[in-house]
Design a protein around this ligand. Sequence first.
Ligand SMILES: C[S@@+](CC[C@H](N)C(=O)[O-])C[C@H]1O[C@@H](n2cnc3c(N)ncnc32)[C@H](O)[C@@H]1O
Length: 238
Amino acid sequence: MSASWIDALIMPGRQLRQLDGGLLTALEPDDRGSAYDGRAAMYDRVIGSRLYNRLVWGSSPATYADFAATAVNRGHGPMLDVGCGSAVFTAAAYSSTDRPLILVDRSLGMLARAAERLDARGIHSGRVAYIQADLFDLPFRPQAFSTVASFGMLHLFEDLAGTMGALKSQVSPGGSLHATSLVGESPIGRRALALLHRSGEVAAPRTEGELAAAARDVLGPTSSICREGSMAFMSWHA
Ligand SMILES: C[S@@+](CC[C@H](N)C(=O)[O-])C[C@H]1O[C@@H](n2cnc3c(N)ncnc32)[C@H](O)[C@@H]1O
């Protein structure tokens, strides 16, 4: 059983199962989970590192954290973060708000790490739900959230329009969507993305222009993008 504020967001006919450690899952019991399981500690060390971000992507964790804080301050009520990972860049923003948070990831390892991190910051577990679910099969009512975030996710999937569409469908009228994506806008960033693509970690590298074109097609003219190095920050207001 989950709390009633969580139940109110769940699409009729969908159910969440309780797992160890206070996590919930929307996946079937035989689902094989995620390639990110078991990588959370390494993710925090490498991806959370200022040096790695500066050298490889020309971006900074501080800009990422500021973008997350902007998202948190837009809208009221429960906020959805799809692909929350270990909350390495978002924990500060999430501890600066009283909003209920729905943190979704396919990986239980990443969710458990996020829960540990937010617990350590004293965030009351009663206002955060950690839900294992797939971005392309979210268990929530359509348009249930005035703020939807998805950081570091858009570059993972070949179907960019489908990814944006799945996120858009969760945004309430007047709400907003905030997403980040790696883009190939520097020689080293392009090489790094191509390498990750060859190892099956990300989609074929895209430019900022390609991301902007998809955003215009799927989200319309109220989408905007800015960029620091190879990290693009996209916002859309419904
Ligand atoms: C690059 S990490 C980004 C994590 C976090 N948002 C950040 O910025 O540090 C991508 C995350 O997406 C999750 N993920 C990958 N595919 C997913 C899917 N189809 N549905 C939900 N989460 C997914 C992974 O488990 C991982 O935690």
